[in-house]
Design a protein around this ligand. Structure first.
Ligand code: ADP
Length: 679
């Protein structure tokens, strides 16, 4: 298909462009003007042509009549061949308007008399037989007609003639008649017609413009009003003017604007109302938030205080348990007892931490802290705690650790123990007879070589849980069963455990039937720790530090609780340190000035001057600015750690103090080479 078929040609496109661009009034004016001019031209030409036909006929009849009349008057002159006889008649003929010339010729064509302007014509003699009786037009030029009228004798009828005499051809008269009148009259008719046509056309055009203006002007006014309304001008109304239909449009527009304005006002009032409502609600919410924050702060402060109060005695219990464990003369039963004291203390500590963490778990602020863990050791220590409880209820306790479990993995041990202890405590709590079992084995999964999926299971032959309560028991403060079957507990254990397992990337599942026991299980994917890494860990854990290489060093122990100071002295003295003590920050500063120790173990919460202030002052004094300080606190929170480090402490240790952690920090602070003793 060619482009000329698909696209309009250029003139047509221009024409349509013009139609789109120009106003209706202009289009109407142009169309009417062209139409009127054409009409005026056609009517003028037509009427001039029609008029000229009548005039021409009249002029031709007139010419023939004059020629005939002259022919009749020329008979005698031709008979007598005397021009004088006809000279007067010729003169009279020439007085007729438009008669240019008159000639009288004999039958042989010779001229008898000629008057008027010279006009060329043929002098040929007409054959007799072809001669008409009447006048006729001999020839016609652009400017004139040539009439010929034959001259015949007029025989007189005589009663004495036997045969009537025939008319004799004597000659002819030629008359040249001008077309001037015809041309002039035609021109006059044309001009008059054209003028009148144009006059009426102009009148018509003016009327059209006036009428179209009456339509377009109100339309312009209306479209102006619409444009102002579109720009957002308020109270726009169209002027109701012009023809009836345009007035109807303007009225419809005004009605539409009124409706829109009403709706806008309605919306505005709704919005204002809504804003008031939002302001009110925001204020209420702000108040509620402030109240909640205040309550939360009070709760946090209470929990922090409580945990501090609980940690202080726990610190002494665990510290002495650790010191006593170092005694070589202990029987294995005593050692097991001490281990149980130690791990139960640890469990208690975990519970305290959990209380503190509870609010953070709820706020989603708890982060995992994976370390290298030996699953067997970890599970055994958990089992040790639970076994004691199980034995108290005469339950059989079993620990199964499958061979495919790697020797070391990276996992948050504290959280894992917390979950397992919680599940196992529940198992023991809700089982009256039979068995409680903890097991771990590897789950087959499509995982990278350095990762493993471990399934932990806690099984019991206890009371079981009704199917409709299986979901509910994971909700905070929910306990299954009726009032009588419920045992002591907060109902938080499973909720915390599920959240912790979810943090580890798994989820706790439960299968249970009332009266037939329960099975809680969860899968976690953990990185496998290589043999070298785990060997290093085994060394560190199993090896016994018995002292350090190099000159004797002095450590200042600062704590307001005597039991804590004594515990630290008992822990460090056997390793060969000289020890000094202070019970508040002020004393600590005095001791540092007097003794110039190599290291300070600084408790944070103390009377007179707390550990933070004392550390800050130490750092401010030039001579003591480099003195290593290890901060100790029963408040194990991140804020407490940051405060201590911010005050200038080199390290932070939460209470109760772990011997291995303490020695690690002391070794780092004093750059010690430990001396180990084989286990
Ligand atoms: P608590 O043990 O403090 O009540 P938990 O959140 O640990 O809170 O447990 C919630 C509830 O789930 C328990 O009160 C008990 O009804 C049910 N439950 C948990 N473990 C077991 C189990 N091993 N056997 C039977 N019921 C259990």
């Amino acid at each position: 298909m060619s482009s000329s078929q698909t696209q309009p040609t250029i003139p047509i496109r221009r024409w349509t462009d013009w139609l789109h661009r120009s106003t209706f009034q202009r289009q109407l004016s142009v169309a009417v003007t062209i139409g009127v001019i054409l009409m005026a031209l056609f009517s003028s030409v037509g009427s001039a042509w029609q008029g000229s036909r009548h005039i021409k006929e009249t002029l031709l009849q007139q010419g023939e009549r004059i020629a005939t009349s002259l022919a009749m008057q020329s008979t005698l002159a031709l008979l007598s061949s005397s021009p004088d006889n006809v000279a007067e008649a010729v003169g009279a003929t020439l007085t007729f308007p438009d008669v240019l010339r008159a000639e009288i010729r004999r039958a042989d064509g010779s001229l008898l008399l000629a008057r008027g302007v010279a006009v060329s014509h043929s002098d040929a003699v007409m054959p007799l037989r072809a001669l008409p009786k009447e006048a006729y037009i001999e020839s016609e030029t652009e400017d004139a007609w040539c009439f010929v009228a034959p001259v015949w004798t007029r025989p007189t009828a005589s009663p004495f003639d036997v045969q009537p005499s025939e008319a004799e051809y004597l000659g002819y008269v030629r008359l040249v008649h001008s077309k001037n009148t015809l041309t002039r009259m035609m021109a006059n008719i044309f001009v008059v017609n054209l003028t009148s046509s144009f006059f009426f056309a102009a009148l018509f055009l003016a009327a059209i413009r006036f009428l179209s203006g009456r339509i377009t002007r109100p339309l312009h006014v209306l479209s102006g009003a619409m444009a102002r309304a579109e720009r957002g001008e308020a109270n726009v109304r169209a002027v109701v003017d012009g023809p009836k239909d345009i007035q109807a449009m303007a009225l419809a527009f005004n009605r539409m604007i009124t409706v829109l304005q009403d709706r806008g006002d309605e919306l505005q009032s709704h919005r204002e109302h809504l804003e008031d409502l939002v302001r009110e609600r925001t204020a209420e919410l702000r108040q509620a938030k402030e109240r909640a924050e205040e309550a939360s702060q009070a709760k946090s402060a209470f929990l922090a205080r409580m945990s501090h109060e609980l940690r202080t005695p726990l610190n002494a219990i665990m510290g002495y348990a650790q010191i006593l464990k170092m005694d070589k003369s202990l029987t294995s039963r005593q050692l097991t007892g001490l281990n149980t004291i130690h791990s139960s203390g640890e469990h208690l500590l975990l519970l305290i931490i959990d209380i503190l963490d509870l609010s953070r778990i709820e706020a989603g602020k708890v982060e995992l802290n994976p370390t290298t863990v030996q699953p067997r050791e970890c599970l055994a220590s958990v089992a040790d705690i639970i076994r004691v409880k199980a034995q108290e209820k005469f339950l059989h306790f079993e620990l199964q650790c499958a061979d495919d479990v790697p020797p070391a993995v990276a996992i948050d041990e504290k959280r894992l123990r917390q979950v397992l202890l919680n599940l196992l405590s529940n198992a023991v709590k809700f089982t009256q007879q039979g068995l409680v079992m903890l097991s771990v084995h590897r789950q087959e999964r499509d995982l990278p070589a350095d990762q493993v999926c471990l399934r932990f299971e806690v099984q019991d032959s206890g009371v079981g849980i009704a199917p409709e309560e299986l979901d509910r028991i994971f909700e905070p403060f929910e306990q299954a069963g009726d009032e009588t079957s419920r045992s002591g507990g907060t109902g938080l254990g499973l909720a915390i455990s599920r959240q912790l397992v979810r943090l580890m990337g798994g989820d706790i599942q439960v299968i249970s039937q009332p009266g037939r026991g329960s099975r809680f299980m969860f899968d976690v994917i953990v990185p496998i720790v290589t043999a070298q890494e785990s060997a290093a860990l085994v060394n560190e854990v199993q090896a016994h530090v018995s002292g350090y290489a190099g000159p004797r060093l002095t450590i200042l122990i600062v704590d307001d609780v005597l039991a804590n100071r004594t515990m630290l002295v008992d822990l460090l003295k056997p390793l060969g340190f000289d020890l000094a003590e202070a019970s508040d920050g002020q004393q600590a500063l005095d001791q540092v000035r007097a003794l110039a120790p190599d290291l300070v173990l600084m408790d944070l919460a103390m009377p007179v001057m707390d550990g933070l202030e004392a550390t800050r002052r130490l750092r401010a004094e030039y001579t003591m600015a480099q003195l290593p300080v290890i901060a100790l606190s029963a408040n194990a929170s991140q804020e407490s750690r940051e405060d201590a480090l911010g005050a200038g402490a080199n390290a932070f240790l939460p209470k109760p103090i772990e011997r291995s952690s303490l020695l690690k920090r002391v070794g780092e602070a004093l750059s010690l080479n430990w001396v180990f003793e084989a286990p």
